[in-house]
Design a binder for this molecule. Structure first.
Ligand code: C5P
Length: 225
C-alpha cells in the first residue's frame, strides 16, 4: 500500500537558543532537515513528502530541496499536532492509505528502523511507532523524589510513527477539537481507543533539542546508516 510521508518542520526552536530554527542548523555539511530527508528518501516505499513549514520560513526556499518535485510544502500550525493535521488534510487517504510522520529534527533515524516499522505495521494491519525501552531508573517528583516509577514496560517514543491515514486524520482532528494534549500522533490514536504497536528501534534516533545534541547527532550520522 502507498505511504505518504509527513514531516513537521514548522517549529521555531525556542529551546535551542540558536539564530535559526533547529531544522536549519548545520549538521555534517548540510542542514538538519536535509539530513533527515536524505535518510527518509533511502526508503523505497516513501515517495511523496508533505513538509509543514512556518508560513514565513525564509530558509527552505534557499535549499536545493526546494525544487524537489516529491516534496509538497504546506503551512504548519501553532503546535506540532496542528502542523501534522494541516498536512493530513492535504492527503487523499484513498491514494495513500498509510501515513508516516517523522520529525524534521530527528536526522539520525536508521533506514533499517524505518523499514522495520513499515514492515511490522503493514504486516499486522496496525499503526505503530519506533520506540526503545527506558534504560535509566525513573523517578517522579519535583524538588525531592516522590517515588520510583517501575521501569518495566516504559518506553521512549520516537518518530517515525505510521498509521492508517483516515484513522489518524479523524483521531487528531477530534482530539485537537476537544483540547486533548497531543505530543505525538500515537497520543491521538490512544485517545481514540485505536491500537499502537511498539516497534523497537535504536536510541541513536535522537531529537535535536539542545545545542549539544548536534555533536551527538553528527556522531550517529557518521556511524550508522
Ligand atoms: O519542538 P519539538 O522538538 O517538539 O518539535 C518537533 C518537530 O515538530 C520539529 O521538527 C518541529 O519543526 C516540528 N514543529 C512543527 N510545528 C510546530 C512546532 C514544531 O512542525 N508548531
Amino acid at each position: 500500500p502507498a505511504i505518504a510521508t509527513v514531516i513537521p518542520a514548522a517549529g521555531v526552536g525556542k529551546r535551542m537558543q540558536a539564530d535559526k530554527p533547529k531544522q536549519y542548523l548545520q549538521l555534517c555539511g548540510l542542514t538538519v532537515l536535509e539530513q533527515t530527508l536524505h535518510r527518509l528518501k533511502q526508503v523505497p516505499a516513501l515517495q511523496q513528502f508533505y513538509l509543514a513549514l512556518s508560513p514565513d520560513d525564509p530558509y527552505f526556499p534557499a535549499l536545493p530541496l526546494a525544487n524537489d518535485p516529491k516534496i509538497q510544502r504546506l503551512n504548519g500550525g501553532a503546535e506540532r499536532a496542528n502542523s501534522v493535521l494541516n498536512a493530513l488534510l492535504q492527503i487523499d487517504a484513498q491514494q495513500y492509505p498509510w501515513v508516516l510522520v517523522h520529525d524534521a529534527a530527528r536526522p539520525a533515524v536508521r533506514v533499517s528502523d524505518i523499514e522495520l516499522l513499515i514492515q511490522s505495521c503493514i504486516q499486522q494491519g496496525q499503526g505503530g511507532i519506533l520506540a526503545t525501552p527506558v534504560r535509566d531508573t525513573m523517578k517522579r517528583g519535583s524538588d525531592t523524589v516522590q517515588h520510583t516509577v517501575d521501569r518495566a514496560g516504559l518506553w521512549h517514543a520516537y518518530t517515525p510513527q505510521l498509521f492508517p491515514t483516515a484513522q489518524l486524520k479523524d483521531a487528531l482532528q477530534q482530539a485537537l477539537a476537544q483540547g486533548v494534549a497531543i505530543t505525538d500522533e500515537a497520543s491521538a490514536m490512544e485517545w481514540a481507543g485505536l491500537p499502537v504497536l511498539l516497534v523497537q528501534g535504536h536510541a541513536d534516533n535522537i531529537k535535536i533539542t539542545q545545542a549539544e545534541d548536534l555533536a551527538l547527532a553528527a556522531f550517529y550520522l557518521e556511524h550508522s546508516v
